[in-house]
Design a protein around this ligand. Sequence first.
Ligand code: RAM
Length: 920
Amino acid sequence: MKIQFTILLISILTFGNSYSQKAGSATISIHETRVEYLENPEGIDIPHPRFSWILKGEGRNRFQSAYQIIVTSSLEKFIKNEVDIWDSGKVNSNDTNQIEYDGIPLKSDSKYYWKVKIWDESGGISEWSAPAHWSMGLLNFSNWKGLFIGHDVGYNKADKYDSLYLPPARYLRKSFKLNKKIKKATAYTTALGLYELRLNGNKVGEDYFLPGWTDYNKRLYYQTFDITDKLHEGENVIGAIVADGWYAGYIGYALLVRLDKVREFYGVNPSFMGQIHLEYEDGSTEIIASDKSWKSNEGAIREADIIMGETYDARLENSGWDAPNFDDSEWKSPKIYTYPNGKLEAHPGTKVKNVEQLKPIEITEPSPGTYVFNLGKNIAGIAELKVKGNKGTKVQLRFGEILKSDGHIQTENLRKARATDTYILNGNSEETWQPKFTYHGFQYVEVTGYPGIPNLDAITGLVLSSIETNASTFNSSNAMNNTLFKNIKTTQSANFFEIPTDCPQRDERLGWTGDAQIYMRSATYNSDVAAFMTKFLVDLDDAQRWYGAYPNFAPFPYSRPNQYAPAWMDVGIIIPYNMYKVYNDTRALDFMYEGMQKFMRFQEDASTDYLRPGGGNNWGDWLAVNEETSHDFIGAAFYGYDAKLMAEMAEALGKTEDAAKYRNLFENIKKAFAKKYILENGQTTEDTQTTYALALYFDLYPDGLAKKGAARLAEKIEKNGYKFTTGFLGTKHVMLALSKYGYNDISYKIFQQTEYPSWGYSVENGSTSIWERWNSYTKDDSENSDLNAKMNSFSHYAFGSVAEWMFQHAVGIDTEDSGYRNIIIKPAITKEMDFIEGSYKSINGTIASSWNWKGNNLLMNIKIPVNTKAKVTIPTSKEANIKEGNKSLNKHSSIKVLDSNENETILEIGSGVYTFSIKM
Ligand code: RAM
């Protein structure tokens, strides 16, 4: 099968080349073709999927003037260029993303092949893009034949609060024979709970934590696997291991605060459902679905809980259970469960994967027989254990983010998360094990019960995450800031885990919405989170309270009333807005629009004279230090911001009446806000850093007073020794507001600060991640048991929201319109630093910007991707002092001078690489 495919591919490529003979001088090439933001996705269920690609090409001012997409129903047709599904024809457009499929209706359980070619600015034709494909999942409910099957393990009811109930995993298998040659085989599978799909002895796919977390009462996601290559003639075995997961296991802080329910928020017994669709070479088809004919049992996984950990007794392994030639006569017939209410849908996001493997950098033995492995950074994931010893030997792994002064791991901050994995040896030979249904937040692994003295090989850290943090680079003359950048990425990776979690270690791991909205734009700089956030929008929409507020976290499994708060509930406006701004995604706006309007009505009802008061949980400027901002101020400010964003979003959707309505609302809020909170001298009534930051950044200042407000913020920061007093909400906005009003040098002073409270303080105290609190830990006072025992996470991305300022101002990359077609390059040049360089891979390709001082000369290097243009701000008013590539500006026909003022010259450039040198 493989060989056949390779031959086909070679012929496609050759075909592509010969077809491009017609091509003109164009050297533009097409890369990273995507469907619904994903590379060759399997089993999507969107009737009009969206295509995108990235263009690369030499020279300057390169554009796409037209494109053509073709889609075929088979590889054979694709190769012969027999277009049977969709030929867009030549479309005169420079769009390279959000292009909707517009052919005949796409069919359930079908694979499609596609490619695109483009015309450049002078009509030259590119080569076809490399062959790409996607498949449609099961589109109709009637396509589903499988039953939800499980295994009765009994129910050993433990005391709800004082002991844990951790049932074993369920194992399910089905043996089937193939007598004919297979043309295509696809598995459609899911579980209420978590599952791992097995086929002929191996795991299917590379994902962890399937099928993902949704409000299972409303929807359940399924996966699609192309398993054509994995089947053979004769006996085959499909199997599934199923565990409690989010469906039936412990979630969040329920145990800690003794909620009525501490587990089983969606159901009690996990179960598997799936089917294999077989298409034989003779044209016949067959479906093998989960049903009574499968066999079920328990096995080696004795406990499996996301938060509490996993226990594996290798003595109980049913070796070979998921492969042919296994005697399952002692296995039972499975128990059938029902899933009455929810929809079955394809997972729209990115799934958890092993994105990095870490070798320990050190082993210590703080007390005899207790070994502590240091993985070098604070991650989310699991540890793989390698061990050789006697049958029945029990090795225990515990996890911690930091060490106490006696060298033992600190576990107090995990609160009720047991975070313990246990492996019991079967004693055969070297045994390698990793858990499947749990994960931990940790830098250190404590190993006890290890037979003999372990070496570094005994533990490998597997970093698990739903994203890769490879969209950005940052480097500067300040080593601390460079470490900070790494720490931000590490913490984003650790918390973009199926949903954006607050933290990965303690009994929480919830999709806290305040954290998510504050960090959203930063997240987009570091990683392509388009698909990940598309999925989270579904969670937000599902979790919206009946009265209109978005809750404190999503999914929202608890049945608690009034779980909302200013700045947390605004997530439902701020995340969609950024999906539009960053990815040009109006579909996300469409999807959320009704809910957003409902939320706006909820706020309107709660307001008096356009002022929305605090309310709900009122977390305020969470974890602020020394200055408190009133909840009413925060409520009113965010209401204004929401109205402003709603106006822009309504406009983007062509809803002009709504846009006018929200613009008007914004103006009214602005007036009422100024009347209540802004004094004539430009000070706010509360005079905290956070009040200025929010009011200035959200444009709530009356025009004449904004400058005074900014001056007051600058003065306050200076007086405070360039240190924050802010929490989650203020921190993100202080430097954005300062830079907006020209106080870049002050922003840089805060950025480089190392005294508490600052980012530098955490870096100087050895952090490898972003902490929940400014003072989570100090080297001198590592025993601060008061803090440690409480809510104190070392992997919390909220304060990492400085990434937004780093890219928009320090590096200077932003978008004027939506989706980085009209790019803004405006680095905040300062004498506070020698150089800064960075890049961001946008939906249109990589944008790079760097600046450095050479004496009194400033060098700026800029890279703009094909099919975009940029407005570049050069920090001098004297055009004559600016050179690009050693030539003065007037010698460059392709560089336009748009404007200049006392301090700056603004240029317009098209794609290409530019080197500016500026005499300052
Ligand atoms: C904490 C969470 C989160 C924050 C809420 C208010 O428990 O970790 O970061 O948003 O509280």
